[in-house]
Design a protein around this ligand. Structure first.
Ligand SMILES: Nc1ncnc2c1ncn2[C@@H]1O[C@H](COP(=O)(O)OP(=O)(O)OP(=O)(O)O)[C@@H](O)[C@H]1O
Length: 295
């Protein structure tokens, strides 16, 4: 594959297409400065949605990927596109999240020094060559942190102290990571209050509930009271994987059927994205996006 042409990689700052609504219209969500919680019973289509989002992120030259997957095979196809891939190993997961936490603190210190509040796609600067005003990418790239099964790390493997440490680190990343470009997308097949306490759920601005076994599980993902207003993911047919209720920009649940990438398609996109990411070095990333301010 030849060098990547300007404009070809996607941008993590753009809205991400995830599926269609009841009218067949495309549904897009903006991931930057947001986190997404995905819940639902086994087979509801959580990993499928996670794969769609990871595929998009992999195709973005301006974001990095971190993957945690206790089963390894749900996100394993994207490991060549990722800066880090952690399987069923709580120690590695803790080391990784601790590093991310440190990076988050450093990024905040940087923003404070620059008197800025959040990472942006491009900033204006003077070209050292021509002296004209140009747009260049921000000093650091966003990270998409995808976790396929929170409960595996926070309630299954390791000892109690390690599980609690995982939960605390995750909560901190979800609570503080947005402004510095850390986007957490976390899935769980156990939407119960011990895995997703309200205080953690409420930190996720975007939420997707695939079919849930009862109204209270649906409320644990979407937020208390939605089932009472007839928005329950329990009403979704078990024969309709990928259908779910999404809370995003509009603030109210919306019925969505997510896109689906089969294994072959994921493999093809992952191979392409890995190639593209290897080609687009840090310098290329700057050059790709450094266009005159008037453009
Ligand atoms: N959007 C979709 N359109 C069509 N089929 C889908 C869609 N999403 C999922 N499926 C089908 O449902 C199956 C289960 O999906 P998936 O593995 O994503 O579920 P899950 O909720 O992650 O399950 P688990 O919790 O057991 O990991 C897929 O193998 C696929 O056949």
């Amino acid at each position: 594959m030849g060098p990547v042409k300007p404009g070809l990689p996607l941008s993590i700052f753009d809205p991400v297409p995830i599926g269609i609504d009841e009218f067949g219209m495309p549904v897009l969500i903006r991931l930057i400065w947001r986190n997404l919680l995905i819940g639902g019973e086994p087979g509801a289509g959580k990993s499928a949605l996670l794969n769609v989002l990871v595929a998009y992120a992999a195709l973005c030259a301006n974001c990095r990927l971190i993957l945690l997957d206790g089963k390894q095979v749900e996100l394993g196809q994207w490991r060549k596109c990722a800066d880090a891939f952690v399987g069923p190993n709580i120690v590695q997961a803790l080391v990784l999240l601790t590093k991310l936490q440190k990076m988050m603190d450093n990024r905040y210190a940087f923003l404070l020094d620059c008197e800025r509040r959040k990472v942006v796609e491009k900033i204006q600067t003077l070209s050292p060559v021509t002296g004209e005003i140009i747009w260049v990418p921000d000093a650091f790239l966003p990270y998409v942190v995808a976790i396929d099964e929170i409960a595996y790390y926070s309630a299954t493997i390791g000892d109690k102290r390690q599980r609690e440490e995982f939960a605390a680190l995750l909560r901190d990343l979800v609570a503080r990571g947005r402004a510095v470009g850390i986007i957490v997308i976390a899935a769980t097949q156990r939407p119960s209050s011990d895995i997703i306490p309200t205080s953690l759920r409420d930190l996720f601005a975007w939420r997707f509930a695939g079919r849930c076994t009862n109204d209270s599980s649906s409320d644990i993902v979407l937020g208390h009271g939605w089932a009472q207003k007839n928005w329950s993911a329990n009403s979704i047919s078990p024969n309709n994987p990928g259908a779910g209720l999404l809370i995003a920009e509009g603030g109210s649940p919306q019925l969505v059927k997510t896109a689906y990438l089969d294994d072959r398609t994921c493999a093809a996109i992952a191979a392409y994205a890995a190639d593209m990411r290897a080609t687009v070095t840090a310098a290329d990333r700057r050059a790709l996006r450094a266009v005159p301010a008037a453009a």
